[in-house]
Write a protein that binds this ligand. Structure first.
Ligand code: ADP
Ligand code: MG
Length: 301
């Protein structure tokens, strides 16, 4: 392709809502063999909602009601923009729960959050690994409840007060309307598709099933720092990989990928790291980018 053709290509991309950061990026796109999607906020809308709120009584710290548990969780998540955090805050609002004062907010991407909540000291909220890192014991009963929620495709977050598990909150998220069409189309034009998520395998499988993605093409339980390693693993198998993501937790994978693609609704760092930004926030624009690159570089397969 001539420099002019490449300029035209990126220009057409811009008209169609694709921010492509340079002709060299557009060139790489037509050679891609695999597209890896983050789950939460990318394949799903990221507009999760709380489906279950289960107080557990363990040790000294017991949470008296579902409302109390939700109120506590919302306090720890206040100001946090993670899809799960937003869902928990919204659920608390819908139940008209008065906000509890909290401070010393801390977030560990891909794991969870913590804060000091008035009257409760240190409150932790996140996945199993996050709680285990803080020496919280998750007993058999809690594990069983969690397992049954997870096998229904629900994301479970654990809540602990002063390192004692006090409850579980389950959340569901819905697929983006264009997720299935995007995956189908990518396959049709010869690309492989995989899912990369910090969430559990079982939850990812429920999503994969709806998209017709094989369970062996799921990388689950992957921490943000390991997300990049999952991409390099594919690259070492001679795949040329695009990563599509939205969150802070995706940035290492976005930069490791041969082409990083971010959604416009994602976090700023994801958009800065990515080489293509989908300005219309539509997943099918991944297909548009590939077709545009193929047309520009005359490589219709
Ligand atoms: P994904 O890779 O699917 O986008 P993340 O890497 O953002 O998911 O998160 C992985 C897991 O870490 C979540 O499923 C959740 O259990 C936990 N987690 C991350 N951030 C939060 C948060 N703000 N509140 C509660 N849990 C969180
Ligand atoms: Mg995400």
């Amino acid at each position: 392709a001539t420099p002019t053709a490449i300029l035209v290509g990126t220009g057409v991309g811009a008209e169609r809502g694709l921010l492509i950061k340079g002709g060299e990026v557009l060139e790489r796109v037509h050679r891609l063999t695999t597209v890896v999607f983050d789950k939460t906020g990318t394949l799903t809308t990221g507009l999760a909602h709380v489906s279950d709120c289960i107080p557990l009584r363990q040790g000294q710290e017991s949470i008296s009601s579902t409302q109390h548990l939700l109120q506590l969780a919302a306090a720890v998540e206040s100001g946090n923009a993670h899809p799960l955090a937003t869902a928990i805050q919204q659920a608390a609002q819908q139940h008209n729960l008065s906000p509890l004062a909290a401070q010393d907010f801390y977030m560990e991407p891909g794991l969870g959050v913590s804060a000091q909540v008035a009257g409760h000291n240190n409150v932790l909220l996140g996945n199993q690994e996050w709680l285990v890192q803080h020496s919280v014991v998750i007993d058999e009963a809690a594990q069983q409840i969690s397992q049954s929620l997870t096998s229904n495709g629900k994301t479970v977050v654990y809540v602990a007060v002063d390192n004692q598990l006090v409850g579980l909150i389950a959340l569901t998220d819905t697929l983006r309307a264009d997720a299935k069409a995007t995956v189908d189309k990518l396959r049709q034009i010869g690309l492989q598709v995989a899912i990369l998520t910090g969430d559990r395998q079982e939850v990812a499988e429920v999503i994969a099933l709806q998209l017709g993605i094989d369970s062996q093409d799921i990388f689950a339980n992957v921490r943000p720092d390991e997300k990049a390693a999952a991409i390099s693993q594919l690259q070492s198998q001679r795949h040329l990989v695009a990563m599509v993501g939205d969150g802070i937790n995706d940035t290492p994978a976005l930069s490791q990928a041969d082409v990083g693609i971010a959604l416009k609704t994602g976090t700023d760092v994801a958009m800065e790291t990515a080489e293509i930004v989908l300005m219309r926030d539509s997943l099918t624009d991944v297909v548009v980018a590939i077709e545009l690159s193929r047309a520009t570089f005359n490589k219709i397969r």
